[in-house]
Design a protein around this ligand. Sequence first.
Ligand SMILES: Nc1ncnc2c1ncn2[C@@H]1O[C@H](COP(=O)(O)OP(=O)(O)O)[C@@H](O)[C@H]1O
Ligand SMILES: [Mg+2]
Length: 258
Amino acid sequence: MVRLEAVTKSYAHPGRGRLIALDEVRLDIARGSVHGIAGFSGAGKSTLLRSINLLERPDSGAVLVNGEDLTTLPERLLRERRRRVGMIFQEFNLLSNRTVVENVELPLRLAKTRKSQRRERALAALASVGLSEKALGYPERLSGGQKQRVGIARALVNEPDILLCDEATSALDPRTTDEILELLRGINEERGITIVVVTHEVHVINALCDRVSVMEKGRVVENFALGTPIAPQSSISRYLFGQADRPSRGWQVISDAQ
Ligand SMILES: Nc1ncnc2c1ncn2[C@@H]1O[C@H](COP(=O)(O)OP(=O)(O)O)[C@@H](O)[C@H]1O
Ligand SMILES: [Mg+2]
């Protein structure tokens, strides 16, 4: 579904040379899976996520989605492909001067969907996240969990194949976090949408993911699949997942550092 091949991305930091945010990252994300990207702040998780729809263009390497290398596409085709990818954020990124339903309609406007269809589809997306009755209100009146539901409705309104989540529950309390994780799991199971979840919280991984790649300093250092428990090998994974005799939900190493 998604394959990153030797993706490298660096940023110029004035006076300190270039900082390598992604260092020849290789990654495979299976169709229909929920794939976690875990690691501490600054590991490169957001940069990796944003490179999947080329919001961040790699310096080198290939980003394959359904076998097609996005880095070689002309801008017009790239815009089209991006519509197949939804994204949600920690800060929700809703427009405060637009109603809830207008926020959800935005991707349809960008896709030049006919006006007559826009409202209908946005309302259907809101219904699917349980927020129909808030459609004509403004985002500022909503709780954090409700705002993220609007974010999810907006991400789903174009019926994407892939949903990218960047710390989507990090601003929410534990109970609301679990509600949103359950909603995402349902979306994955019912619609078969591939979900990529960036997080620094092991709870999110345990509650949601089929697989997880652990990042450190711009590299994927370990990949795990849900399965029989064996010890995480890298120190970062041990820190995130606990000791071998106390595996959080039976994670199994499927490949070591590249
Ligand atoms: N637009 C940018 N300009 C300069 N440096 C950046 C930019 N985006 C990210 N970085 C740097 O790249 C590294 C990885 O960042 P990021 O992908 O946001 O990590 P994470 O999401 O794991 O916290 C960090 O050191 C960060 O400061
Ligand atoms: Mg980040």
